[in-house]
Design a protein around this ligand. Structure first.
Ligand code: 5GP
Length: 189
């Protein structure tokens, strides 16, 4: 069986990565989302092992020591990591695996998996991004401020990605990402 692709999606907080990924999975049944581990607390409505596997810092660090993460990073004072076994299992079953990870994680994945497809999602404008962040309303004012500061820094990494997609309209952006994935499928021998 043909081994699945690894697709890395990054972008500033609030740009709409979750919505895009949800729609991608609806439209392409071969895609699988790899649920990450995190030490951050669940947001209202977030489900364990669906949005994230929620871990204590001790649990997370034990998993790091065991080599359980393909990559891991500290984002806004919380730890996030991609489970190596989840990615491996899905890829060996022929599924293309989507990772939603920050720029530090993406850098690690690019080093480990040079043929990973990397996509950086941007908002149509700075103003629109700020509005989306406020609309989400799930973060405290302090958290929002630090996420904005991180987003400013992260934008500088867009050039390291193979593709930059503007999330101006969900269906259009998803269509563009599906075409990128299709092209990558053709490229794999
Ligand atoms: P949030 O707290 O908004 O869900 O995620 C914060 C940031 O962590 C986002 O940039 C998201 O892409 C990133 N992130 C989520 N899971 C992982 C992961 O497994 N590894 C890394 N490096 N970043 C992650």
């Amino acid at each position: 069986m043909k081994r699945g692709l690894l697709i890395v999606i990054s972008g500033p907080s609030g740009v709409g990565k979750d919505t895009l990924i949800k729609r991608l999975l609806e439209l392409d049944p071969n895609l699988i989302y790899s649920v990450s581990g995190t030490t951050r607390k669940p947001r209202p409505g977030e489900k364990p092992d669906e949005n994230y596997t929620f871990l204590t810092r001790e649990e997370f660090e034990r998993l790091v020591a065991k080599g359980a993460f393909l990559e891991h990073a500290n984002y806004n004072s919380h730890l996030y990591g991609t489970f190596r076994d989840r990615v491996e299992r899905a890829r060996s079953e022929g599924h293309d695996v989507v990772l939603k990870i920050d720029v530090q994680g993406a850098e690690q994945v690019r080093r480990l998996v040079p043929d990973a497809v990397s996509i950086f999602v941007v908002a149509p404008s700075e103003h629109e991004l700020q509005e989306r962040q406020e609309r989400r309303g799930s973060e405290s004012a302090e958290d929002l401020a630090s996420r904005r500061e991180i987003a400013g820094r992260e934008m500088k990494y867009a050039a390291d990605y193979e593709h930059v997609v503007t999330n101006d309209d969900v269906e259009r952006a998803v269509g563009e990402i599906l075409r990128i994935i299709d092209a990558a499928r053709q490229r794999v021998p």
